[in-house]
Design a protein around this ligand. Structure first.
Ligand code: PA5
Length: 453
């Protein structure tokens, strides 16, 4: 199995006008080495745990998956943000399209998968409507054990399970902090099966912990291979990661305020979504570690090739030149097939072309088109979409993001900016202790009829 390739040809000034010079590459490389050094220090102090996940003991997860196989027709994962995007990415990439429409036998006796993340009533209603409580396993995932959306969605599911007369402890498994939080207390009080999220694993860095691995194993995804891919990424050292971090940081600091992730595979659509959270929540920071104002971060945008060639490429090429584009190319696509175009003479030029080859040709064409518009890009190449390559992609970005953050002295592992809206929402829900937040919101939330038509 080959490691992913990072190609930055079209980010260097020899190829693209706004590209990085070799002098700046050396300069930025020196800088990001400090970021990597700080990350390594945090890992050795047990402050940051994601790099160690690829060598962790996952036998209890595999045992539980084995014991559950064939017992459930449906798996409902309840979680949001870092507790849902990882498994969304894994299922999108690694399960067949339309998996939920197959019979249990055709799915290899693994359950269908539903992800209850948003608190949109139509979503949770639709999920529950599709499942029978007696055939369903619910995995609640929340590191804090405190997240309102997860608490509310599980409450809905809990009532449904109870009204169906099933025993909660046989149908609910929890992934949460090993010691603290209301969900941990719920586990203890009800003697539920649970798996820990260690405190050194941040939500958006948790896909290779039980957060992603437990549901993945229950669905028949090869989690050993996923971890192997992640581990092998750094088997030859950190040169590739340092170079990629240097390139990204250069464009962040040199006028590219938008970072587009454009994967040429529908199986990587959710990868781009996962990436956007990782990039946005980790790098969008106002203050440095020593409380100096920095207002750092660029906006991640997700795009899918070839779909977005018919949507956003116009903007990327001819709109404001504020974008750096990351392409992901897949050498060989599953179920690839030649087309004939023989249903009408106008389409005969398609004869003998495989869909996957067309997709890859369009990737090359788009790279070229962006080049002619002076839009810098990089390209990450993988052989195919499988557990190994996905493990590689995951760790590629899980390393790059904190290396960049620590280089500029921001905390890539916190998210203070999300608290205000949470607290206001608690206030609006009349949660005890948040009365002041409700008053505060009412004071600033002043709208005038004259500005509404
Ligand atoms: O990256 C993060 O830390 C967040 O996106 C969290 O994952 C998200 O808020 C959900 O939190 P929790 O797992 O505590 O329910």
């Amino acid at each position: 199995m080959k490691n992913l390739k990072f190609d930055y040809n079209f980010s260097v000034d020899a190829h693209v006008k706004s590209g990085i010079s070799s002098v700046d590459i050396s300069k930025y490389l020196e800088r990001v080495k400090t970021g990597l050094g700080r990350l390594e220090e945090m890992v050795s102090n047990d402050q940051v745990g994601f790099p160690n996940l690829c060598t962790s003991d996952i036998s209890s997860i595999k045992d539980f998956a084995k014991e559950s196989k064939g017992k459930f027709n449906d798996l409902i994962v309840v979680g949001i943000g870092g507790s849902a995007l990882g498994i969304e990415m894994l299922t999108n990439a690694l399960l067949p399209v339309g998996n939920n429409s197959k019979s249990l036998a055709d799915r290899g006796f693994f359950p269908r998968c539903w992800i209850a993340d948003n608190i949109d009533p139509s979503k949770i209603f639709g999920i529950v409507k599709k499942c029978k409580a007696e055939d369903t396993l619910v995995v609640i995932i929340s590191k804090s054990g405190n997240t309102v959306e997860t608490a509310a969605n599980y409450s809905y599911i809990h009532d449904w399970l109870l009204s169906s007369g099933v025993e909660i402890s046989k149908h609910v498994v929890v992934v949460t902090d090993p010691e603290k939080g209301p969900l941990r207390e719920y586990v203890t009080a009800n003697n539920l099966r649970s798996f820990p999220i260690m405190s050194s694993i941040g939500g958006r860095f948790s896909v290779l912990s039980p957060v992603g691995l437990l549901p993945a194993a229950l669905l028949g995804i090869d989690i050993d291979k996923l971890l192997l891919g992640a581990k092998e990424l750094t088997s030859k050292g950190y040169d590739q990661l340092l170079l990629a971090s240097a390139i990204y940081l250069y464009f962040m600091e040199n006028g590219k305020s938008i970072n587009v992730m454009m994967a040429y595979s529908s199986k990587l659509e959710k990868f781009s979504e996962w990436f956007c959270q990782l990039w946005g929540e980790s790098l969008g920071k106002k203050l440095t570690y020593d409380n100096k104002e920095i207002t750092f971060g660029t906006t991640p945008v997700r795009a899918t090739g070839a779909i977005d060639q018919h949507s956003q490429i116009q903007l990327f090429r001819e709109g404001t030149l504020d974008k750096h584009v990351s392409f992901i190319g897949v050498a060989s696509h599953e179920f690839d097939k030649e087309v004939t175009g023989n249903y009408y003479p106008a389409f005969n030029y398609l004869k003998g072309i495989k869909l996957g080859d067309l997709l890859n040709a369009e990737l090359k064409a788009t790279e070229g088109a962006l080049l002619t518009s002076n839009v810098p890009s990089i390209r990450v190449d993988i052989d195919q979409v499988d557990e190994y390559t996905l493990g590689q992609l995951i760790n590629f970005y899980q390393f790059i993001v904190p290396i960049i953050g620590l280089t500029v002295n921001i905390d890539p592992f916190n998210q203070p900016g999300v608290e205000e809206a949470k607290d206001y929402a608690y206030g609006l829900m009349n949660r005890e202790g948040y009365e002041g937040k409700k008053i505060e919101l009412e004071k600033i939330y002043i709208k005038d009829e004259k500005f509404t038509i």
